[in-house]
Design a protein around this ligand. Sequence first.
Ligand SMILES: [Zn+2]
Length: 370
Amino acid sequence: MSQRDNLSKKNKRAVGGSSAEGRGSSVKKDAFERSPGRSGKKFSVNQKERYVKKVKTFSGETGISAEEWNMPVAVSVETGEQLKTVLGEKAVSRIYIDEACFGIPGKDAAGNSGKGKAGEHETEALAKIIREIHEAGKEAGLRLRRIERDTDPGLDSMSLLSGLIKLDASPDMLLIRTFDEAMMLSDLETSETGNKGLNHIRKIFDYTCYGYNTEAVSMLKELGAEGLTYPIELNFKECLNLRKAVKELSDKVLSEIPYEMLVYGHLPMMVSANCIRKTSAGCDHKNRFMVLRDRMQKDMPVRCYCKYCYNQIFNAEPLVLYDLPEDVRSLEPECLRYDFSVETGSEIRKILAGAIPKDITRGHFRHGVE
Ligand SMILES: [Zn+2]
């Protein structure tokens, strides 16, 4: 919270667009790129090392490893390296791939992205990954984009899903992050492609679909939620009260609704429909990471999802709750989740083994705790 408040007024308007989680800060002029095959080419090694080091430093303390939890562990991944790493992790039972990060559409003969054959390639590329996850004996989830516009290149989420169903490579579940996606999905389910509900894909709502109280939770169920994620804005006590209140509801489907719980991940501070690259160097529609520095000299990772040209600014420190097993278990989650965004493969292995990064945040979880 303090970090958000500490951002200078001067910086607040540097990044335009919608602001769901907080405020932006100024674009660091010499922000480096970390897209595969390009790293280190354009920018000085120092800048790269400084950023990577921040993420890579571990405290020496350990929490609970993914295996030790003895309950289902889900991960979300955004890069091919991350995917490759978690495919080999025995303790991981569910992998969410981000729609904005995989199956980047190619161009057709006329140079239009995602049209015709190129659109088919996008679906095929995602189908291949989903099959790979299944072959590794894990559940495959698809995390839908946070901002969907009619002007997005490539296929819209629902056409992509229809394509996957036709290829017999449906994901087992969707991680839904906006109400628009939830509503579009109910249309798809009752359509011919959705076989009028026969091709059922489980709908899990992410923490971006707020369900702070029983009224909100029951509305999320109306929208099709079959699983929820604990809200990241609630502290431990509030999560506990929410769980208790939901369990006491007379509607059995609602009272038994399973929860996923985030125990690791850089939380988004802001999602921006405006592309930072478009307003600075110019956007080439390639996904990459950049860095924003606030006036407290904190470097915040920015993920440019330029497959669809929207950006997400992450907190400099990741949320870590996997060293608080008693609190986590008392919330009775069905599944724990590790959200990976900026991490390398070896960092992921360390985190899943329980290693704790040096700089972490508890988010709101510990607020109000003496
Ligand atoms: Zn862009």
